[in-house]
Write a protein that binds this ligand. Structure first.
Ligand code: THG
Length: 284
C-alpha cells in the first residue's frame, strides 16, 4: 500500500514495504520556548531554521504544529505553511486539533499534505474527513474515540477500522488513511509500549495500512530518552510502522540501520548516505 504526498513539486511515497519515511517532529512548541516567543513576535526565522536542520538530517516530511495557549492557529498555521513552502519543497503534515486551522492551512498549502489528525469520535470524523476529501489530502487516524483511549489492542484496531470505513464512505482512498496506534509514556504505564507494538502488528495484518506514531512520546519523564526512543523505534518498525513522527537529528541513523537489517536498502545506499551526511555536518 502506497500513500503519496507532495510538497510544491517533490513526491514522497510512504510504502508499507518500506523504506521508512521520517516525519520531522521539531516544529512543535512542546518544551520549545523559543518557538513560542519567536512566533508570538511574528518572526519565522526560527521555524525556517528548524525546517532546514530537519531536512539536512534527512527528514522526508515535516510535521507543522504551532499550537500553544492563546494562539490563533487559524491564522498562524496557514501563515507558517506558506513561509515554509516558499523556502522548502518538502511535503507537510498539518498538526492541529482545530479543524478550522487545518482547513485554513489546506487552503494555502501547495501539493498534497497529510492531515494530523482525525480520530474515531463522530465530531472529529465529520469535521476532518470532508476536508481530506475536498483538498485531496491524506489523513492520520488516531485510534481513540468517544470512550477515550483503550488499552486493548484489539479495540484500538476496531477504531482504526471504523475510521477507515468512514473515510472510504466519504470517497477518500484507502491508501490515504494512515493509522496512529497511539504511543504513550512508558513512565506512566509499564504496558504502554507493548500495547502500542501489538496494535501496530494487528493494523498491519488486518488492514495493511501505513502506520505513523509520535515516537518520542514514549520517553517523556525518563532520563536518556535517546536510548529508549532508539530501542522502541527498531521494534516499532519491525512490527509495521512506516512513517514515524520523530526527531530526525536523533532517529535517522536508527531508521536507516533498521531498514538495512530488514533488507530494504540495497547496497546499503541509504545507510551510507546518512553516514556521509553526518560526517559532512561535522566538518561544516
Ligand atoms: N501522534 C500524532 N501526532 C503527534 C503526536 C502523536 N504530534 C505531536 C507529538 N505527538 C509528536 N511530536 C513531538 C514533538 C516533540 C517531542 C515529542 C513529540 C519532544 N520534544 C523534546 C522534549 O519535549 O523534550 C524536545 C525536542 C528535542 O528532542 O530536542 O519530545 O503521538 N499523530
Amino acid at each position: 500500500m502506497k500513500t503519496i504526498l507532495f510538497g510544491r513539486t517533490k513526491e514522497v511515497i510512504i510504502d508499507t514495504n518500506g523504506p521508512v519515511i521520517i516525519i520531522g517532529e521539531s516544529i512543535n512548541p512542546t518544551r520549545r520556548k523559543k518557538l513560542v516567543s519567536t512566533l508570538q513576535e511574528g518572526n519565522f526565522e526560527y521555524v525556517l531554521e528548524l525546517a532546514r536542520i530537519q531536512i539536512n538530517a534527512l527528514a522526508d516530511v515535516l510535521d507543522v504544529n504551532v499550537g500553544f495557549p492563546g494562539v490563533d492557529d487559524v491564522k498562524l498555521l496557514p501563515e507558517t505553511v506558506k513561509i515554509i513552502q516558499n523556502r522548502f519543497d518538502i511535503p507537510l503534515c498539518l498538526d492541529s486539533p482545530n479543524p478550522g486551522a487545518i482547513k485554513a492551512a489546506l487552503k494555502v498549502a501547495k501539493g498534497k499534505c497529510l492531515i494530523n489528525s482525525v480520530n474515531g469520535e463522530e465530531r472529529s470524523l465529520s469535521a476532518i474527513l470532508p476536508l481530506a476529501k475536498e483538498f485531496g489530502a491524506a489523513v492520520i487516524g488516531l485510534v481513540m474515540d468517544d470512550n477515550g483511549i483503550t488499552h486493548d489492542p484489539g479495540k484500538r484496531v476496531a477504531i482504526a477500522e471504523k475510521i477507515l470505513e468512514s473515510a472510504v464512505k466519504m470517497g477518500i482512498k484507502e491508501e490515504d488513511v494512515v493509522i496512529d496506534p497511539l504511543a504513550m509514556a512508558v513512565s506512566a504505564d509499564p504496558n504502554a509500549c507493548l500495547v502500542t507494538l501489538e496494535t501496530i502488528k494487528l493494523v498491519r495484518q488486518n488492514l495493511g495500512l501505513n502506520i505513523t506514531l509520535g515516537a518520542s512520546n514514549i520517553s517523556f519523564g525518563l532520563p536518556d530518552r535517546e536510548s529508549l526512543n532508539a530501542a522502541f523505534m527498531a521494534l516499532a518498525i519491525m512490527n509495521g510502522v512506516t512513517c514515524p513522527i520523530a526527531n530526525p537529528e536523533k532517529i535517522t541513523s536508527i531508521v536507516r540501520s533498521t531498514d538495512l537489517i530488514l533488507v530494504r536498502d540495497e547496497f546499503a545506499i541509504r545507510y551510507v548516505e546518512n553516514y556521509q551526511k553526518t560526517q559532512n555536518l561535522q566538518s561544516d
